[in-house]
Design a protein around this ligand. Structure first.
Ligand SMILES: [Zn+2]
Length: 348
C-alpha cells in the first residue's frame, strides 16, 4: 500500500499547479501535423534494431554508427551539445571481464529551459541504446536485435525531443537527453556520466529513464509502470496528473520496486558512497513492458512493436515533460523510510 508523504501546503500548491497545467495542456494541444508519427518512430527503431546493427554490442563499430544516428537525430530536433561540451559525444572506457577494456560513448544533448531561474535546473530524460550483440542461435537467428530493449526507449526519447521541436513548446527547466551506452554490461555509461557530470549534480531535478516502451500486449494500450513506486510519491503525482489523460500508470506490476535497480536510473537514484545505500536524486524508469517473452532473445525484433502506442506515449510525454519542468522543487519526494526497510529485508 502506498503512503502519502505530501504535506498539506505542498498538496495545495500542487493542486493549483495541476489546474494551471490542465489549462496549459488544453491551450497548447498539438495539432496532428505537429505530432511525431508512428511511421517516423517505426523507421528510427527499425534502423537501430536492424540486423545490420548486429545487436549493438558495446565496443563494436555498429555502436559507433548507432551513436552517430542518435546524435544526428538530436541535431535535427534542434538540440545542442551540453554546456561546456563541444559535441554530442561523451567518450569513456570501461573494463569488461570477457572483452577487456572497451571504448564507448554516451550521446548527450541539451535543450535550454525557458525560465530564467528554472533553466539552471535539469531534468534528464534517458535511455540506453546498447544491447547484447550476437549470441546463441535460437530458431536459426543469432542476432539479438534489442528492439524493445532498448531501441524502443531510445526512439521514445528521440520522439520527445522531436515533438517539442515541432510544437515550439519549451520546458521551463533545462532538459538533458542522455542516450547511454554500456548499460547491458553494468551501467557503465550512466555511471561515467554521473561521476563526470557536465552540469552540477546538485542541479539535477530528476531523471526519467525509458526502457522497453515498444510493446503493449500485456499491460494494454496507454499503460505504463514506473520502477520503485513504493519509495516515492512520484507514483501518486502521476496518478493525479493522469486523471485527465488516457494514459494510466499500472500499479499491479510485480517486482516494480526491485526494478529500480535494473536500469540506468539507479545511478541517479541510489547513493552507494557510504556503507548504507541512500536515496539520492528522484529517478525512475518508465516502461510499458508487461512480461512479453522477447527479453534478451533474438526475436526482440522491431517488426513486433506497436508504433501507434509509442507515438501516443511520445505525445503524452511531451505534455508530462512540460508539467515536470515547471513543478515546484520539493514536490517529488523519496520515501527514505520505506527504502531503508526494504533494503533491510533484501539483505535478510
Ligand atoms: Zn534495457
Amino acid at each position: 500500500m502506498q503512503t502519502c508523504y505530501t504535506t498539506k501546503s505542498t498538496t495545495r500548491y500542487f493542486l493549483v499547479l495541476f489546474a494551471f497545467c490542465l489549462f496549459f495542456q488544453n491551450s497548447s494541444a498539438q495539432s496532428d501535423s505537429e505530432k511525431v508519427s508512428a511511421e517516423e518512430l517505426h523507421d528510427w527503431a527499425h534502423y537501430l534494431a536492424s540486423d545490420e546493427m548486429k545487436g549493438r554490442q558495446n565496443g563494436s563499430p555498429e555502436m559507433k554508427e548507432a551513436a552517430r544516428f542518435i546524435a544526428e537525430n538530436f541535431k535535427s530536433s534542434g538540440l545542442k551539445p551540453l554546456p561546456g561540451m563541444d559535441s554530442f559525444f561523451q567518450p569513456y572506457t570501461f573494463k569488461s571481464r570477457r572483452s577487456g577494456e572497451l571504448k564507448e560513448q554516451n550521446v548527450l544533448a541539451y535543450l535550454e529551459g525557458s525560465d530564467p531561474d528554472l533553466k539552471n535546473e535539469y531534468i534528464i530524460f534517458s535511455a540506453h541504446f546498447d544491447h547484447v550483440g550476437i549470441g546463441r542461435i535460437v530458431d536459426g537467428d543469432s542476432i539479438y536485435n534489442g528492439a524493445n530493449d532498448n531501441a524502443a526507449g531510445t526512439t521514445t526519447m528521440m520522439g520527445l525531443a522531436r515533438s517539442w521541436k515541432r510544437s515550439g513548446i519549451r520546458p521551463k527547466r533545462s532538459v538533458i537527453f542522455a542516450a547511454f551506452s554500456g548499460e547491458e554490461m553494468g551501467m557503465h555509461g550512466s555511471r561515467h556520466f554521473f561521476e563526470n557530470c557536465p552540469v552540477s549534480s546538485d542541479n539535477i531535478f530528476m531523471n526519467l529513464n525509458f526502457e522497453m516502451t515498444g510493446h503493449c500486449t500485456k499491460l494494454g494500450k496507454q499503460r505504463y509502470y514506473i520502477t520503485g513506486p513504493s519509495y516515492t510519491n512520484f507514483d501518486e503525482l502521476l496518478d493525479e496528473y493522469n486523471i485527465e489523460t488516457k494514459w494510466k500508470r499500472d500499479a499491479t506490476v510485480e517486482g516494480a520496486d526491485g526494478l529500480l535497480f535494473a536500469s540506468d536510473n539507479v545511478v541517479f537514484a541510489v547513493d552507494r558512497s557510504e556503507d548504507e545505500m541512500k536515496l539520492n536524486i528522484p529517478a525512475h524508469t518508465l516502461c510499458t513492458h508487461g512480461g512479453e517473452d522477447h527479453i534478451h532473445r533474438p526475436h526482440d525484433e522491431p517488426g513486433f512493436m506497436n508504433y501507434d502506442n509509442m507515438a501516443d506515449l511520445v505525445n503524452y510525454l511531451a505534455k508530462l515533460g512540460i508539467f515536470l519542468s515547471e513543478m515546484d522543487d520539493d514536490v517529488i519526494k523519496w520515501d527514505h523510510k520505506a527504502f531503508a526497510k526494504a533494503m533491510k529485508n533484501r539483505r535478510r
